[in-house]
Design a protein around this ligand. Structure first.
Ligand code: AVJ
Length: 340
């Protein structure tokens, strides 16, 4: 059983099934309380809500629906790359190391790559811990001999896991961070997170999927689909924060918008006030003018040369890249040392 030095560990259930270890930690385990940091974000001149708040149970399901949209090419394109090159990308890796997935979500990607890999155990780290449990259950049925660990943890503030991963075995670990979620971080933060992953890997490997820069029409359609699923995903954040902050946002006062900021190479998603809005929560309030916005997400797009340089800056000396034919998405495999 894992012991935690931190009082943030709220619950440990070492054996839900013989191989399913559930380590549930308060997902919002940052120094400041979620309500406090949400209020601070709403009071900024450009109001903001961090994208991690998209992922309550409904939000996680809406994101899954997004990945099935025609316009949302990243998930499908990344899958294509894994289908074509997965045997090389993962099959090459030494066996019997822990595999750690960051943002494991539904664990569907892990499920597929476990056919190529032979890890000693699987560790899923996910802010929507409850949502991940369903995926872990499925994994435990498909791979009954693989020890599974689920960790509810918010790593947007860093990877200082509030317990000692050495309990899962020392030596190199393989990290998997698919889906271009690194795009949520500004370049300086992304570098820090990659450095933290490099440390966490203990000279193992990082496999990371990152979206590329492409025609603006394709990018913008992916974040503003005709069915309005992305709009629902964006608006749902207000429902979620109403619960956390006890605020009184009305969904119908807001509309979704998404555009590509070419200068910064990022999609920006905002919620725009349809009219003057005043919202209040215990201890605070904010007024919005008509058309004033709340920033809810950056999704950075990286050219492979630039992302390779970032990985090297983070300490990964060897970087390989796989892309699809139109270079719509890229998968990187990075090592500190060349594996034998
Ligand atoms: C999960 C962060 C990779 O940026 O494309 C999808 C989230 N936002 N549609 C992305 C998202 C709107 C997604 N990531």
């Amino acid at each position: 059983m894992l012991e935690s030095a931190s009082n943030r560990l709220v619950y440990i259930d070492p054996m839900t099934t013989p191989t399913f270890n559930q380590i549930s930690i308060d997902p919002h385990s940052s120094a400041i309380s979620p309500a406090h940091s949400l209020a601070a974000g709403l009071l900024k001149e450009q109001a903001e809500i961090a994208p991690k708040y998209f992922y309550d149970n409904l939000g996680s399901r809406l994101f899954e629906a997004i990945t099935a949209l025609d316009e949302y090419y990243p998930t499908r394109t990344e899958s294509l790359i894994f289908e074509r090159y997965g045997a090389t990308i993962f099959g090459d890796l030494p066996h019997h190391r822990p595999l750690i997935e960051l943002g494991a979500g539904s664990c569907r990607k892990a499920e597929r790559l476990l056919h190529w890999m032979h890890p000693s155990r699987f560790v899923g780290i996910e802010i929507a811990a409850e949502f991940m449990q369903e995926g872990l259950k499925r994994l435990s049925e498909r791979f009954p001999d693989l020890p599974l660990y689920g960790i509810g943890y918010d790593f947007s503030g860093g990877l200082n896991l509030p317990f000692d991963l050495d309990e899962l075995g020392t030596g190199p670990r393989d990290l998997f961070y698919p889906g271009s979620s690194i795009g949520n971080f500004e370049p300086a933060q992304a570098l820090k997170l990659l450095q933290a992953m490099q440390t966490l890997s203990q000279e193992g490997t990082l496999v990371i999927g990152v979206d590329t820069v492409k025609d603006i029409e394709i990018l913008e359609a992916a974040y503003d689909d005709a069915l309005g699923v992305t709009a629902a995903f964006n608006l749902n954040v207000l429902r979620h924060i109403n619960q956390i902050l006890k605020s009184d946002f009305l969904i119908e006062d807001w509309r979704h918008t998404a555009f590509f900021n070419e200068e910064e190479s990022r999609i920006e998603m905002h919620l725009v006030a349809k009219r003057r809005v005043r919202t209040a929560w215990p201890g605070g309030e904010r007024s919005f003018r008509e058309n004033e916005s709340i920033l809810t997400e950056y999704s950075y797009k990286w050219d492979p040369e630039d992302f390779t340089a970032l990985l090297k800056e983070a300490g990964f000396a060897h970087v390989e890249v796989w892309t699809d034919a139109s270079k719509w998405f890229a998968v990187y495999r990075a090592h500190v040392r060349k594996p034998q």
